[in-house]
Design a protein around this ligand. Structure first.
Ligand SMILES: [Zn+2]
Length: 354
């Protein structure tokens, strides 16, 4: 459900593995493998230190470990209308970047966004269906925006007070309550803290309570971690201090904004899960519905072929060294994590080499 910075407690174990000669040391061969393909970008296989040992790779070849089940609830099969809530101070260029990502989901014209594209990435999400066989919609639009410039509920939010933020937004004309096709995406600026942010979550999704908002509305929250914990929530554009010593360091973000480029992958993760489990009774693994493992969780930290086991996987690098794995509209490039495919029973992304 949430994007969890779960590699931190595993650091001790990781140290033990580093000390053992039977395990390959990722620092031994920090060679960046770059193939000149003659195109605008090159393949890039960054050997970053392990982010987590319980990574997605173990699921890739052994689907019996994953018991992803459908629990009979709805998925977002109608055209998806996103209502954006900008909480706090946002620069125009940051807003445009995030909006270009969201609008790229529906940009299926390959001249506008060549493959591998954001739209190709969403195709994996759209493979999920409800009881009637209806797929998750491939149409995603931004239906409205609301700016909460004055931090209406302070700069320290909780899982409950974020619902009050939505409540304030939907009570203000002309921002509507759309309980048919609407989902609400609350993005907090880098000076806003959130309960469990950086320690347990980088983003989460849920639905609002009628007692707080008046309706049951699916929503997701994602925070800008740029100042608070980029090494946790904007990984691999920032890496923890203990990793920076002998390794190749952080990857260069595709749009030169560590916080916002890091948010994009978290937004992608939460949108995929919100669409496949909007009321937390559709697609998830595990027996406990209060702590579901969803279609993004299964592939966290995995961005390309060969990823897992702590590696990002094979991604691309442009002429200026910025890393990405999908193309978006207006020539934009983004790095987004892979998603669990119900067809392949493995993590899948449009930049797969095989
Ligand atoms: Zn999740």
């Amino acid at each position: 459900m949430s994007v969890l910075p779960k590699f931190l407690p595993l650091f001790t174990l990781w140290c033990l593995l580093q000390a053992s000669s039977s395990f390959a040391n990722p620092y031994e061969d920090p060679v960046v493998q770059t193939l000149n393909t003659g195109s605008e970008y090159s393949k890039f296989n960054p050997k970053l230190p392990p982010r987590t040992l319980s990574s997605s790779k173990k699921f890739e070849g052994s689907s019996d470990l994953v018991q992803l089940r459908y629990h009979m609830g709805p998925v977002l099969s109608s055209p998806i209308k996103i209502y954006l809530i900008w909480y706090g101070k946002w620069a125009q260029r940051q807003k445009l970047l995030i909006k270009d990502f969201l609008l790229s989901i529906s940009t299926s014209d390959h001249r506008a966004a060549p493959p591998p594209s954001v739209s190709d990435w969403w195709r994996t999400v759209s493979l999920y269906t409800d009881q009637t066989g209806a797929n998750i919609s491939r149409s995603v639009v931004i239906a409205g925006e609301y700016s909460d410039l004055r931090y209406s509920h302070g700069n320290q939010l909780t899982r409950l007070s974020v619902q009050q933020v939505i409540g304030s937004a939907v009570r203000s004309a002309p921002f509507p309550v759309d309980h048919r096709n609407g989902i609400y995406l609350i993005l907090t600026s880098e000076d806003v803290t959130m309960q469990d942010f950086c320690r347990a979550v980088c983003g989460f999704h849920y639905f609002t309570f009628p007692s707080m908002v008046g309706y049951t509305l699916p929503y997701a929250w994602v925070g800008n971690s740029g100042k608070q914990c980029p090494e946790v929530c904007a990984y691999p554009f920032a890496v923890p201090g203990y990793m920076a010593g002998g390794g190749p360091g952080a990857l260069s973000p595709p749009n030169k904004d560590v916080g916002v480029d890091g948010m994009i992958s978290v937004i992608a993760h939460e949108l995929a899960e919100l669409s496949s489990n909007p009321l937390v009774n559709a697609w998830y693994a595990g027996e406990d519905p209060t702590a579901p493992t969803e279609i993004g969780d299964l592939c966290e930290g995995l961005y390309g072929t060969g990823g897992g086991g702590g590696y990002v996987g094979q991604v691309m690098k442009d002429k200026e060294g910025r890393t990405f794995n999908v193309n978006g509209r207006k020539g934009r490039k983004f790095l987004v994590q892979w998603i669990w495919s119900p067809v392949l029973k493995a993590c899948s992304g449009p930049n797969a080499m095989d």
